[in-house]
Structures are given as structure tokens and as C-alpha cells.
Design a protein around this ligand. Structure first.
Ligand code: SIN
Length: 310
């Protein structure tokens, strides 16, 4: 990457990459170096880009197959299924279904069985102040827990539930109902091993309802503790957007939050791609019904579901 610099912008995560024009094709060699920097810094910021949705897709494809957002079709870009629009701008006089997207700590698409691997977000319009995005390093969140807590979490699975998306109901009853219909609760490990770095990362966030095999009453305080612990300021990088930024992050070892602190009369317009996940979780309902499920697993999940329905 001659002429390219990678400058850390946060201790926990985040680096600024200068000297690459994403409107032009990126060679496999440069893409490989970007991937290495991404694994090291988890969040990469490419400032000053002028790219359209097709160029965003072309760049993102270097890092794997892309999501077509079938789990949330109402948010898709009108011309490209692989691009989601995140905006507070009205369309056809109607409020945008993403006007309040991402406003609790989460990792993208964890409420689906194939959570997104990475996400790339391009800022096209931004409010004069506010509308930042914060990222928390979930490797550090895991590594700073006591060995006993780590061992307990290593054997635990969380139930991720789209109905815990902050402000989902405010997007309107039809959008909320369709979101939940398309995204029934799923199970993922509480700790995931990153396939490229081999490091363990906490995979618990504010969209986890309960742990499999623990009651809701037992789960809630632990979820609360982990959510608070994982977003301590020393684990967080806060990105102050400029128009033209492209920010690429790793959902396998980060959580993030869109800060909704801006004047709603001002426009925020972002386009996003997400890489298809490299791992599959399980549907709560399917696992529970599967005759081939291991008895212990079925029993654990049944307990989880029973408590969910309490
Ligand atoms: C997201 O959660 O993917 C959106 C983040 C943002 O709009 O800042």
C-alpha cells in the first residue's frame, strides 16, 4: 500500500486509513493489507470518499459475500439489494423505517442465524452536530473479566431477540410486526472465537433476552452486568462523522451504537453494506422442535423458551 498510511485514532479500536480512493478498483494486494489492518484495529475510517452505492458494493465484496438484507427488506436501497439506507429523511412523505436505527448497543444482524461479519457505512449527509457512532471492543471486554466468569461464559449461549431493538415499535406497527416475523429469536454463543485472529470476544449485547438454561430472572442481572462492563469508556472509540467517511467495522469482536443526539430537522443519510457471516447460530423454535437435538441441549433450550414465555 505505498502512499497509504494507517494511523490509530483510538486505544481500544479505530484507525484512519489515508491514501486510498475507494471510487477506483482496489487490487487484491491492497485489499489483503486492508484486511490485516482491520484485524488489528477493528474499525477502519477512510475519510474523504465520494462513492455511489455500486462502488460501495464493489469495495465491500473484497471482504466476502454480501448480505441482501432479506431480514429487513424495507430498509434496502431502491436500486441495490446489498445496500441498506440508514436515514432520518422521509421517503414518499413517510418516516424512514431506519430513522432511529442502531440506537442500542448491538452487533449487526445478531438476531438472525447468520449475523453479519463486517459492516461498511458511508456518510453522505450528516447533522451539524451529533449523530456519532460508538464502537466497543469485545475482545477487551472478555479479556478483562475474571477467569471464573470467562469459564462460565465460555459454556453459555444467549437468545438474541429482534424485539429488543431500541425504538422498533416507534417505526410503526407494520414495520415492527414484519421485523419480528422475519426474525424469530436465535441462539448464539456468549463468547465467540474470531476465525481470523483466534481471540475470544464477548458476544452479548442489549439485544440478548436471556441465556439458554438460565431463567429470565437469573439471566437479566448477568446481561445487565455484561452490557455495562463491555461498553466502559476505556473499551470505546467514538466516531465523529464527516461527509465522505467510509467506516468499516468487524461485528465479530465489536458492538456499536448510533447516538441519536441530533436535531431531527437536519438530515443524516448513510448507506451500508454488511458481509455475510462466517458462522451459523440456531433458531430457538427450530432447535426446540428438532427430534435430532441432543437431549441436554433440547432440555436446556426448552427451559429457556419456557422462561421466555413467562
Ligand atoms: C448501524 O447500527 O449499523 C448504524 C450505525 C449508525 O447509523 O451510526
Amino acid at each position: 500500500m505505498s502512499g497509504t498510511t494507517v494511523q490509530p485514532v483510538g486505544y481500544a479500536c479505530g484507525a484512519r486509513v489515508m491514501g486510498i480512493d475507494l471510487s477506483k478498483p482496489v487490487s487484491d494486494d491492497v485489499a489483503g493489507k486492508i484486511r490485516d489492518a482491520w484485524h488489528k484495529h477493528l474499525v477502519l475510517v477512510f475519510p474523504g470518499q465520494r462513492i455511489d452505492p455500486f462502488q460501495l458494493v464493489a469495495f465491500s465484496r473484497h471482504f466476502g459475500e454480501l448480505e441482501d438484507y432479506a431480514s429487513q427488506p424495507f430498509n434496502r436501497h431502491p436500486d441495490v439489494n446489498e445496500v441498506m439506507v440508514i436515514t432520518n429523511k422521509k421517503s414518499n412523505g413517510k418516516p424512514s423505517p431506519t430513522y432511529n436505527a442502531g440506537q442500542n448497543w448491538h452487533t449487526d444482524l445478531s438476531y438472525t442465524i447468520r449475523p453479519a461479519k463486517g459492516t461498511t457505512l458511508h456518510c453522505i449527509e450528516k447533522p451539524s452536530v451529533g449523530g456519532d457512532t460508538m464502537f466497543a471492543n469485545m475482545y477487551l471486554a472478555y479479556e478483562t473479566l475474571s477467569p471464573k466468569m470467562q469459564a462460565f461464559l465460555d459454556g453459555l449461549e444467549g437468545i438474541h431477540d429482534a424485539s429488543l431493538i431500541q425504538g422498533l415499535e416507534k417505526r410503526g406497527p407494520e414495520v415492527a410486526a414484519e421485523y419480528k416475523r422475519l426474525n424469530p429469536p436465535v441462539i448464539h454463543p456468549a463468547v465467540r472465537i474470531h476465525p481470523d485472529t483466534g481471540r475470544k470476544a464477548l458476544y452479548v449485547n442489549e439485544r440478548v433476552r436471556q441465556f439458554v438454561g438460565l431463567s429470565e430472572a437469573e439471566s437479566k442481572p448477568l446481561i445487565k452486568f455484561l452490557c455495562e462492563h463491555s461498553v466502559a469508556s476505556r473499551f470505546v472509540y467514538r466516531h465523529y462523522w464527516s461527509v465522505g467517511d467510509v467506516v468499516m467495522w468487524d461485528n465479530r469482536c465489536l458492538t456499536h451504537l448510533a447516538v441519536g443526539d441530533y436535531d431531527p430537522r437536519e438530515s443524516r443519510y448513510m448507506i451500508r453494506t454488511s458481509g455475510k457471516g462466517d458462522y451459523l447460530g440456531r433458531l430457538v423454535a427450530a432447535e426446540n422442535a428438532s427430534p435430532s437435538a441432543q437431549p441436554t441441549t433440547s432440555a436446556k433450550i426448552a427451559e429457556g423458551v419456557a422462561a421466555l414465555e413467562d
